[in-house]
Design a protein around this ligand. Structure first.
Ligand code: GAL
Length: 426
């Protein structure tokens, strides 16, 4: 059910005749639970989690402790690469070195990508002192040597662990070894740690992640702290006092349906994000082959409007020119990395169309016109919806084209599962 129900009915009629679709002012969904989109289940989950967090969290507005070394990190959403989406457990030091090389030679580093993150499966056991043991078949030179190599390229290295007893691939977790592991990472020169939530039965994420935060603070090296507990117990309500980013959902897949259910269900979480503390709708799948060009463009656009971390998840060594262009588009990255640090939100949701807006530091607004439907449509953005007056300068950010001044509204044709991303300025 929508506030603008009458308009919605009229619009749906228009749509079924294959004519232009327009989103009028004030047509926001009344609540997630009443959405007409396929992610209703997920929205219900988020709503419940939000309510839980609001009721039980007393720390929603606080920051990481002032002396915490991670406090100055991630002032804009972290950018980099992570091994999981493409390589899963098939990680080794050659892959990481070659990825660092490719990050530089492909222009990814110049575009802002910085972290080279090893996900699950680099660790095998603990020694008699409880120190984490690296898989020496896959990483014969050890993580310190790898960190040195990555640093020599002007990049940063990340590792993965788990706040529970085991990682999701059943390697040793950091439970009861938080300080020991944090010190090990600091000694190796690690710059980023992703901490998962498998094998955590009976544990409280707020307690365990705070323990990890304190361990990192004691270890003394500034390390970006990525909380990966898939939205359990509303990490957005306590994440800000704990880490630099927190996953809001279960895992992404290289499929339009899964990517879009995650991305389009982030509305409402924008108030929890800001410099140093970000919602994380999971890593990118761009270039992994399971989506069309338009679908990947939707993925990248949505993540940029959400001020989401941009962690590429493809093989950087063999990217097509098309993938490289999509991952490195400077105007799209600038939306994600905008210094104001405001996460975008949805202003309109009608049938297959959604309009999302992200206010930018220079007073302009980035606006995504999304078509979630199965055929191309025309989407009209009424400037009244954004509370801005005409005339407005419109620039297409994917195509790098100034479209001139528009009065009252702007209309674009949007391909199926595609998007048009514009910047509106006075
Ligand atoms: C999942 C996590 C993934 C990946 C995987 C590794 O829990 O969400 O991003 O890290 O574990 O086993």
């Amino acid at each position: 059910m929508f506030k603008c129900f009458q308009e919605a009915v009229a619009l749906l009629a228009l749509k079924s005749n294959g004519i232009a679709t327009m989103c009028p002012p004030s047509c926001e969904p009344v609540s997630w639970g009443e959405s007409m989109t396929p992610d209703v289940e997920y929205r219900r989950f988020l709503l419940r989690a939000l309510l839980f967090g609001t009721l039980f969290s007393t720390v929603a507005t606080a920051q990481l402790p002032p002396n915490h070394p991670s406090r100055q990190l991630a002032q804009t959403p972290p950018m980099g690469w992570n091994s999981w989406n493409k390589f899963a457990c098939k990680v080794n030091e050659q892959l990481i070195r070659e990825t660092a090389d490719a990050m530089v030679s492909s222009g990814m580093k110049a575009a802002g990508y910085q972290y080279v993150n090893i996900d699950d499966c680099w660790q095998v056991s603990r020694d008699s002192q409880g120190n984490i043991v690296v898989d020496s078949r896959k990483f014969p030179s050890g993580i310190k040597a790898l960190a040195d190599y990555v640093h020599s390229k002007g990049l940063k290295l990340g590792v993965y662990t788990d706040a529970g007893r085991l990682t999701c691939q059943k390697r040793p977790g950091s439970y009861n070894h938080e300080l020991q592991d944090a010190k090990t990472y600091a000694a190796w020169g690690v710059d980023y740690v992703k901490v998962d939530w498998c094998a955590s039965k009976g544990l409280d994420p707020k307690v365990q992640y705070a323990k990890f935060r304190d361990a990192l603070a004691k270890a003394g090296r500034p390390i970006v702290f990525s909380i990966c507990n898939w939205g359990v117990d509303a990490p957005w309500t306590w994440g800000r006092t704990t880490g630099n980013l927190w996953r809001t959902t279960g895992d992404i897949e290289d499929k339009y349906d899964r990517m879009s259910v995650i991305g389009f269900s982030q509305n409402g979480l924008e108030k929890y994000a800001g410099p140093g503390h970000w919602n994380d709708p999971d890593m990118l799948e761009v270039g992994n082959g399971g989506m069309s060009h338009d679908e990947y463009q939707t993925h990248m656009t949505l993540w940029a409007l959400l001020a989401a971390p941009l962690l590429a998840g493809n093989d950087l060594r063999s990217m097509t020119p098309e993938t490289k262009e999509m991952l490195t588009n400077p105007e799209v990255i600038a939306v994600d990395q905008d210094g104001k640090g405001v996460q975008g939100h949805r202003v309109c949701d009608e049938g297959p169309l959604e309009i999302w807006v992200k206010p930018l530091g220079d007073g302009s607004q980035a606006v995504g016109l999304f078509n979630r439907g199965e055929s191309a449509i025309k989407i009209t953005l009424d400037f009244k919806m954004l509370g801005i007056s005409s005339p407005i300068r419109v620039r297409d950010l994917w195509r790098h084209v100034d479209l001139g001044e528009a009065r009252d509204s702007y209309t674009a044709s949007v391909a199926t599962h595609g998007v048009v991303l514009v910047k509106l300025s006075k």
